[in-house]
Design a protein around this ligand. Structure first.
Ligand code: SF4
Ligand code: SF4
Length: 448
């Protein structure tokens, strides 16, 4: 039951690398000599530290307690000694507390385990509370506390659960690794979420290159509530939750005729797998699966990285070349340049791209807009990147918001990708959004 017309305009067909066996490999990252753990690693309130300098902690032990509803707890990614609680910039003009932890050399680093949970035995409230206690947040890049997203979905009577198995960026390979290595975790995680939401059968959406791996994962289970598999032709950025729901609703889903985008909630495959892994083994969140990619790495691939690991240390373990041009947080389409290699890995990171050599110097020079309209045709939200680009050059940020809905731009990069004049539209929009938010914040402060 496949519709012929795409459910959203624009988008582009990116050259995603073909799937290879190496994509399913996950290497364990060793512990860095010092792990730095910002107390706030998610959208919401920071948890409150319960350890002090000099304390010895076990891997998985509570470091910071969630007091506010929007907070999630933070756990020790390694057995070690707390060196202190410092401060670092929160990137928005403020500071955030940071626990510094030195892993104990020679320790077995066996994680502490609490009670294991089972969706067949434990009730919905117990599972929801257990999910919060693991400290998990959305692992698809959004960083929203998972317990909050679930509680809100339950409150509004969500009827459909969608597991988003679409790789967010070209060159990233978390999806094949999760399907091949964490199939049981995915299925348990899906049942836990289903139980919390009172739903039986989720929809697992992914793109054609990962369909075989998903079918193999489902074939290994005799569970009668297995996810309904929905395989989509590749099209960037249909993995964005809003666009994915529109696509699914537009196509129709066999076995789920009443599917409606307005009554659905989306969780990333990485989040679902991690919920299953943590709950079934009684673990807390201490590390995460990320992709380290780019031509600046000799051993690019998937790694399980302890939280708090400095990005520079992780890249060195992946064989970073001595001369790197830039490191992007996120992938080549949506990533942003990393300010410092000392920045720690935080919950919700999906991957990093290390670019070799002096690529900045080889970038084609931006030229004047020739009004070709390619960027407008490529925008999946039907914004007007060309007009916004002209206003951005003149510094007319408020006009970008008032007339062209700048705030809706989610920086997917389609417009810049197709622009024949090589205008850095996404950087211009990101910078304009930053200026606009700061202006809004100071206006709110002035009115208070
Ligand atoms: S970056 Fe923004 S303006 Fe450009 S295509 Fe994506 S959503 Fe549209
Ligand atoms: S794609 Fe580039 S050159 Fe064409 S209209 Fe958009 S900004 Fe102008």
């Amino acid at each position: 039951m496949i519709g012929q017309r795409p459910a959203f305009p624009g988008g582009i067909k990116l050259a995603m690398p073909p799937r290879v066996d190496a994509d399913t490999v996950v290497r364990q990252m060793p512990f860095a000599p010092l792990l730095r753990l910002p107390l706030k690693q998610h959208a919401g309130a920071a948890p409150v530290a319960v350890v002090r300098a000099g304390d010895e902690v076990l891997r998985g032990q509570l470091l910071a307690r969630a007091e506010a509803d929007t907070a999630v707890p933070l756990h020790a990614p390694a057995s070690g000694r707390v060196l202190g609680i410092g401060k670092q910039s929160d990137g928005a003009g403020g500071t955030v507390g940071v626990i510094e932890l030195a892993p104990l050399p020679g320790d077995t680093q066996e994680p502490t385990r609490g009670r294991a949970f089972d969706p067949d035995r434990d009730d919905a409230d117990e599972l929801l509370a257990a999910i919060r206690e693991t400290g998990i947040v959305g692992l698809g890049g959004q960083g929203e506390p998972t317990h909050l997203r679930l509680a809100r979905a339950r409150q509004r009577g969500t009827r459909f659960l969608v597991i988003n198995g679409i790789e967010g960026e070209p060159g990233f390979a978390r999806v094949p690794a999760l399907l091949a290595r964490h199939g049981a975790d995915v299925l348990i995680g899906a049942r836990c979420l289903g139980k919390v939401l009172g739903l039986r059968q989720p929809v697992l959406a992914l793109e054609e290159p990962d369909a075989a791996a998903a079918r193999a994962m489902l074939a290994e289970s005799s569970d009668r509530t297995l996810p309904i598999l929905e395989v989509l032709p590749p099209r960037y950025p249909q993995g964005a939750a809003e666009l994915l729901l529109r696509t699914l609703a537009g196509r129709g889903i066999e076995g789920c005729p009443a599917f409606s985008a307005d009554q659905a909630v989306v969780f990333s495959l990485a989040t679902v797998a991690e919920i299953g892994r943590l709950l079934r083994h009684g673990l807390t969140m201490t590390d995460q699966l990320i992709t380290l990619a780019g031509d600046g790495l000799r051993e690019a691939g998937n790694y399980r990285v302890p939280l708090g690991t400095p990005v520079g240390f992780a890249l060195a373990q992946a064989g970073a070349l001595a001369e790197l041009d830039r490191v992007l947080v996120g992938g080549p389409m949506r990533g942003r340049a990393l300010g410092s290699l000392d920045r720690p890995m935080v919950k919700g990171a999906t991957g990093f791209v290390a670019l070799a050599g002096n690529q900045q110097a080889r970038l084609p020079e931006a030229m004047a807009c020739i009004r070709c309209g390619d960027c407008v045709a490529a925008c999946p939200l039907q914004l007007h990147p060309a007009e916004m680009g002209l206003l951005a050059r003149r510094g007319e940020v408020q006009a970008m918001v008032d007339h062209w809905h700048l705030e809706r731009c989610f920086e997917c990069g389609c417009c810049a990708y197709v622009c024949p004049s090589h205008i850095p539209l996404v950087q211009m929009f990101a910078s304009a959004k930053g200026q606009w938010r700061r202006a809004q914040a100071s206006a709110a402060e002035g009115a208070a």
